[in-house]
Design a protein around this ligand. Sequence first.
Ligand code: ADP
Ligand code: MG
Ligand code: ZN
Length: 615
Amino acid sequence: MAQSMWKPLLALVAFVVVINVVYPMVSQKGQLDKAEVPYSQFKNELARDNVKEITMKGSLLNGVFKTKVQAAQVAGKETPSKATTNFFTILPGIDDPALMAELQAKKVMVKAISTESSPFTTALLYLIPWVLIIGVWVFFARSMKGQGPGNMMGGFAKSGAKLHDSQKTTVTFADVAGMEEAKQELHEVVEYLKEPKKFERIGGKVPRGILLVGPPGTGKTLLARAVAGEAGVAFFSISASQFIEMFVGVGASRVRDLFAVARKEAPSIIFIDELDAVGRSRGAGFGGGHDEREQTLNQLLSEMDGFESHEEIIVLSATNRPDVLDPALLRPGRFDRRVVIERPDWRDRESILKVHTRKTPLSADVNLAVIAKGTPGMTGADLESLVNEAAILAARENSETVTMNHLELAKDKVLMGGERKLYLSDQEKRITAIHESGHVLVAKLLPGTDPVHKVTIIPRGMALGVTQQLPEDDRHHYPKSYLVNRLSVVLGGRVAERLVFNDVSTGAQSDLKIVTELAEKMVCQWGMSDKIGPVTFSRGEEHPFLGMKLAQEKSFSEEMAWQIDQEITVVIKDAEDRAMEILSSNRNQLEALATALLEEETLDSARIDSILASV
Ligand code: ADP
Ligand code: MG
Ligand code: ZN
């Protein structure tokens, strides 16, 4: 807190104390050379007509006797004072109505002084609480803005961003195992930050905001720090949840501070971790949801728009929920570049294990590739704790080295520990491999479908495996033939399971959802069913909040509804039959793909082609 703020405040308090306590004491200094007499003695003297004058101030009576009087002892007073004419006495609590009459009778001169403080003092007394309240308020407001005494109020201070001095950020790309694609993309940023002028001369276009997307523990934060370490520039990191944890209005000002500091230190990197904490779509959720988070988000957006082209600042950000981000964040000039970080495949897992065992003494029997292959779905963070567990086990046994056995035990511990982890048994892995191979093979053999880009049995989100298809061009119109084939591809996974295991599993649930929605659209919206004809029905999506149907485009009868359902079923059944036909007549290829998938976990399109060609 600014020293300058306390000073006037203290001065004011001191002033009031003086006015109210010290001044009256000093002004009644006369009291000291007066003798206090008991009230009864005063009354006696009055009766004797020995009182010349009195001054009343509340219950205090100051007075002068006509002749000297030896004051009697007053209760509680040590010594009786000497004879005096000046005296004072205290009116007893009970009022003495007779006093005034008596005083008048004896013709005593009576003066009275108001007991009230001066209006000035009164005004001050009223003001003090307000001054204090406002003072405290100003104090908080200032410290929130980051001008306050950081250590006094802890978390309020500054933007909460940590500055990692470029010299101290020792993490480099060498510490980040695997993720070659992601590193490649960020390499460009490093080049730019190292030599912005040179980069600009060549005409390189640098993205301003880069979003790192991937499941928790896959090394997003690590990668961001490595970028800073490689480039050797100032690195400001903050977790977005810190923006909004305090009081209303703090988030936005923290964002402002963060960007201001980073600008001063440019070239620099701002890293906003867990962006989804502030970046969720505005207006989502009920009531309160908006205010604080929205203000913070708006501030962030406007800071990112406010960059001048010469400012050498890169904003990195990480999230594992890109789906909930406000679209405004992803617009050009903001986080328009996305770097996707996947769970590592076994080769990457092996190199992560290598990185984390660099300083661990491993015994000769250790084969990290075996551990890597046995830990599908584990992230870098999981593997780090696996190595850590193994080292603890070794230490407990007073073993000099970490053995394969330690690693195996640690693997089980990490796998069992995280209940939510997707750990696939061998049987589950095989089912997943067959399922994904089914998608791939149908896509390969049906004409007019999107080419397969990649297939993997590394668990991702809720899915045990993923088949990625990339459309060759952006499509705007979908011919019916394309959509029908697409249905077969999506159903291919489930069909393959039925073909090989004569059973289906729950793994195909999201496939079925896609199929149902697509088939419904084909029949109801795109008029692709001959039976129903070229009409558009809105089967009324329910309003998410009001629980009522939105306006319908064409109302239809119960009977029509039944027919629509029939048609949807027919469309799906046809697609399923076609998938079954393809897979059962190419069973060898299906098995070959599945075997390769089990072995290699991920297959790219070239590898898929070579496997299919070799069968
Ligand atoms: P995220 O930010 O994606 O949740 P982190 O970057 O915090 O993940 O990763 C947690 C830890 O896991 C890191 O500190 C690092 O030790 C380890 N880790 C994750 N990915 C890797 C990797 N690719 N190479 C080396 N270590 C990794
Ligand atoms: Mg992180
Ligand atoms: Zn599937």
